[in-house]
Design a protein around this ligand. Structure first.
Ligand code: ZN
Length: 283
């Protein structure tokens, strides 16, 4: 499931194909994805120019000169395929239509952007750009981890009275936007905080320490995604999934990489999801 760094990588990969470029033809091949798609979606997209391609949490936002914004969510398995333009050193020819190609955008620069999603947990919607922050998909999302609204005093206020485990609190999208299971495990490992510790039991100083760590962990993953775009070789032109090495996530029974720690990474299940952590240095 794509998390914020993967979505940001997809956005950056789409920039040369979409930003500042007119959609000359849009095909919407089914009435619904996760939810019902907007009425006359293909007509509303056709002829519109993408004035900016932004990201809010795990949503890619394509602002259109029609005054609407196309909201794109990749869900669990959604993929953006790009063909017809050079990405790095490679030009992907337009592929034959595939099953699960739900939305296809032909751009004026010759690029084709295809949203393919076998499981259909992804979604697209159109909302008025001017009032987009009130759109139901994004209205309850907390501050962006790289934005000014996310800082030490904010985080202390947001979580100091929460009795839930810190991992659960950080996964709450109202607290901070876009943090998912993988990167919360990484953040807590780096912060040496146990995922089972109650948020309300953490000192102010330890909560504050999470702010730069969250930014570092996400920033490094975005950078890794950027390098995957540069030497981009996948035959089908898929954007956004890249190899990244983790310190905790997926490393059950492996030695902890914290300096001078002799512990081992352990896996536990919290709220139905795996937490990977080192019981020795994460307290
Ligand atoms: Zn350790």
């Amino acid at each position: 499931m794509p998390e914020l760094p993967e979505v940001e990588t997809v956005r950056r990969g789409l920039l040369p194909a979409m930003e500042g470029v007119k959609i000359v033809d849009a095909a919407v091949n089914r009435p619904n994805l996760r939810w019902t798609l907007p009425e006359n979606m293909a007509v509303r997209l056709t002829g519109a120019t993408v004035t900016a391609l932004r990201r809010r949490s795990k949503y890619i936002l394509a602002d259109l000169d029609s005054g609407e914004t196309l909201i794109i969510h990749l869900g669990m398995s959604g993929r953006m395929l790009i063909s017809g333009v050079a990405v790095g050193e490679f030009v992907h020819e337009h592929p034959a239509p595939q099953k699960h190609d739900h939305v296809v955008l032909n751009m004026e620069n010759g690029a084709r952007v295809t949203f393919n999603d076998a499981r259909r947990f992804g979604h697209m919607d159109l909302g008025e750009t001017a009032t987009l922050e009130d759109h139901w998909l994004v209205s309850s999302i907390g501050p962006e981890p790289f934005g000014n609204g996310f800082n030490e005093s904010y985080l202390v206020q947001a979580i100091k009275d929460r009795a839930s485990p810190i991992k659960t609190v950080l996964l709450d999208q109202r607290v901070v936007a876009g943090l998912g299971n993988i990167y919360v495990c990484e953040v807590l490992h780096r912060a040496k905080i146990s995922p089972i510790r109650r948020a309300s039991n953490l000192s102010k100083k330890r909560i504050e320490s999470l702010v730069p760590i969250i930014r570092d962990v996400l920033g490094e993953a975005i950078e890794a995604g950027g390098s995957s775009l540069r030497d981009y070789r996948q035959a089908d032109g898929e954007l956004g999934y890249f190899q990244h090495t983790f310190r905790a996530y997926g490393r059950e029974d492996a030695p902890c990489v914290t300096e001078d720690c002799t512990g081992k990474i352990t896996r536990i299940v919290q709220s139905g999801r795996s937490s990977f952590y080192c019981p020795k240095c994460q307290r």
